[in-house]
Design a protein around this ligand. Structure first.
Ligand SMILES: Cc1ncc(COP(=O)(O)O)c(C=O)c1O
Length: 395
């Protein structure tokens, strides 16, 4: 039977990561995947997470099945974290998922079960997995622009494109730290987007994968909370991969907001049904860790401090890179880099130039120009700046 299978496409990001694995140059630098690394180049287990794991190991008595929504305390804690203590959680439900990707897929399934063929608008460029996940669930995808010519957020262009979104269309927005561009709407742009959604009746679908790594936890969550207050219905996919460092524990949740209690309960059951046919129930460990951290004042404070330190290091990397490029005469390019937010930076290089960066300098970013600015130790920044400047000089 398998002889019938035509050669399937492989994942371009993982292909680059494997290529990096067989690159023998000592100076090689992997900036492809979105993983935070500390100053020693390691992806650490956060101290708050480590402490929560120790406590769990001591008191854990059973690994019995959890319910279909996963860990109920985790779902409550994430509703509280995302919507805020005064937020509209009375008209919301959360279902634990297999990380942010699982949340995106479950919510896409829910949308398709509710209204087959619904159009979901995604940014262009978008997170590489948005379109495949939505299309795999059976949804139609349309795009709206995101950046202006300098690589900043194009408020006028986005509002113009989204004027075409109709009532009951869904618009997928990244809540902060846009992947891949690092270009985020300003608070007044978010207010305009919320206004447009409320007026035209499209449903926001917020993807939250980097909260805490842009301008700070509260500031990064503010757009999601604003939207939640302004619209009757909304979806939120939450990932704990980056901000708790729980990448391989696959931890996240799907949140729905509805206009009535009845609609919210139906949506919750539909999410459970979708999970049941995909993987039945999500893994417990990461959810138990997050709950332990968020429910304990001391651990929560420690986590916030660590998250702030991670954000500070990312910002320091970005500032240093921009300063070095400016000093080398690439001021305009440096300015656009310095404005970006979160783990990623979009280099002002073409696909061909990204290939040169890889071949000549052993620096691996995506073909589209994205690098993980959080994936590099401070002492390697000069080497990154030299590579980028070298490629730019070859124009
Ligand atoms: C924008 C965005 N959404 C969702 C995800 C999914 O993250 P995970 O499934 O690892 O939680 C990612 C991961 O890189 C992302 O960048």
């Amino acid at each position: 039977m398998l002889e019938l299978l035509p050669p399937p496409p492989t994942d371009p990001l993982w292909d680059l990561t494997y290529e990096f694995g067989s690159d023998e140059r000592a100076e090689r630098l992997n900036l492809v995947l979105g993983v935070y690394r500390d100053h020693t180049g390691r992806t650490p287990v956060m101290a708050a997470v480590r402490e929560a794991e120790m406590r769990l190991a001591e008191r854990s008595e059973s690994k019995e099945y959890r319910g279909l929504s996963g860990n109920a305390a985790f779902n409550r804690a994430l509703l509280d974290l995302v919507l805020g203590p005064q937020g509209p959680s009375d008209r919301a439900a959360a279902v634990q998922t297999v990380a942010g990707s699982g949340a995106l897929r479950l919510l896409a399934d829910l949308i398709c079960r509710t209204r087959p063929g619904t159009t979901v608008w995604i940014s262009d460029p978008a997170y590489v997995n948005h379109r495949p996940i939505l299309e795999a669930a059976g949804l139609a995808v349309r795009t709206f622009g995101w950046c202006d010519a300098e690589g900043g957020f194009d408020a006028a262009g986005v509002l113009r494109d989204l004027a075409g979104a109709r009532r009951d269309d869904v618009v997928l927005l990244q809540g902060c730290c846009h992947n891949p561009t690092g270009a985020d709407p300003a608070p007044q742009d978010w207010a305009a987007l919320a206004e447009l959604a409320a007026r035209n009746g499209w449903v926001p679908f917020v993807d939250l994968a980097y909260h805490g790594l842009g301008d700070g936890l509260e500031a990064d969550l503010a757009p999601t909370r604003l939207l939640a207050e302004r619209v009757p219905e909304m979806f939120v996919a939450v990932s704990c991969s980056k901000n708790f460092g729980l990448y391989s524990d696959r931890t996240g949740c799907a949140i729905v907001l509805g206009a009535s209690d009845r609609a919210v309960r139906h949506a919750e059951t539909a999410l459970q049904n979708a999970a049941r046919t995909l993987y039945s129930m999500p893994p417990e460990h990461g959810a138990a860790v997050v709950t332990t951290v968020l429910e304990d004042a001391g651990l929560r404070e420690l986590w916030r401090t660590e998250l702030d330190a991670m954000r500070g290091r990312i910002e320091a990397n970005r500032t240093d890179l921009a300063a070095r490029l400016t000093a080398m005469g690439w001021e305009a390019q440096a300015r656009s880099l310095a404005r970006q937010r979160g783990m990623f930076s979009m280099l002002p290089l073409t696909a061909q130039e990204m290939l040169r960066l890889r071949r000549e300098y052993a620096i691996y970013g995506t073909t589209a120009g994205r690098i993980n600015i959080a994936g590099i130790s401070a002492e390697r920044i000069p080497c990154l700046a030299r590579g980028i400047a070298g490629v730019l000089a070859g124009r």
